[in-house]
Design a protein around this ligand. Structure first.
Ligand SMILES: CC(C)(COP(=O)(O)OP(=O)(O)OC[C@H]1O[C@@H](n2cnc3c(N)ncnc32)[C@H](O)[C@@H]1OP(=O)(O)O)[C@@H](O)C(=O)NCCC(=O)NCCS
Length: 171
């Protein structure tokens, strides 16, 4: 099946109502708020759609920042910086529909997100990608793909420097 990643649009009005990933907050976000946030330029929502335009999964990206005090970890920032805040990209939401979970679509969509982040970081500086796992299960998923823990932070990160290596693993 040839699934493709596209930006969420008005054409997904019906499909997004049927998306169910097992987490009502994420389902509700896609159905009611993702397009609004996109129109306000708060985030962009990318959907993985089947040839019949069913939504297999989605993720959102936003420009964000992190307090430099939280980044003493050498894996995050292997050099000293005078800046108080550091630019990052946030994967705010990420989910795969229950009918498609366990079939490799999460891996495919995360790879798409990280590739997109890496390309964007060539245009607008960003030294890492962050995610905020909703629960322990989601946390395990991200850790499996190379995301790292920062002390006292619920968010996980992967540095831009690491991303090229991750692509090789993914593809
Ligand atoms: C977490 C989630 C995105 C995983 O998507 P998926 O399509 O089922 O994952 P895949 O089939 O692509 O799995 C890819 C790999 O990750 C592993 N994996 C999948 N879910 C995992 C989990 N919860 N913990 C650890 N590993 C996991 C798979 O075993 C597979 O490993 P392999 O490549 O060695 O075989 C999906 O279950 C989901 O949408 N859950 C509900 C919403 C959610 O938790 N979102 C996370 C962000 S808050």
């Amino acid at each position: 099946m040839e699934a493709k990643v596209v930006v969420l649009g008005p054409q997904h009005k019906e499909a997004k109502k049927y998306f169910k990933c097992g987490n009502d907050i994420l389902n509700n976000y896609l159905a009611h708020f993702a397009l609004q946030d996109q129109q306000k330029k708060l985030s962009v929502c990318f959907v993985l759609e089947s040839p019949s335009q069913e939504i297999i999964g989605f993720y959102t990206l936003s420009a964000s920042s992190i307090d430099a005090k939280n980044t003493s970890d050498q894996r995050f920032m292997p050099f000293k910086t005078k800046y108080r805040t550091l630019p990052i990209i946030l994967i705010g939401r990420f989910a795969i529909d229950l009918n498609y979970q366990g079939k490799g679509f999460g891996k495919k969509l995360l790879s798409d997100a990280l590739k997109r982040c890496t390309l964007q970081a060539n245009q607008i500086g960003a030294c890492a990608v962050f995610v905020e796992p909703k629960d322990a299960t989601a946390r395990e998923f991200y850790l499996k793909f190379g995301f790292k823990i920062l002390p006292h932070q619920s968010k996980l990160f992967i540095s831009m420097q690491q991303l090229h290596q991750i692509y090789i693993v993914f593809h």
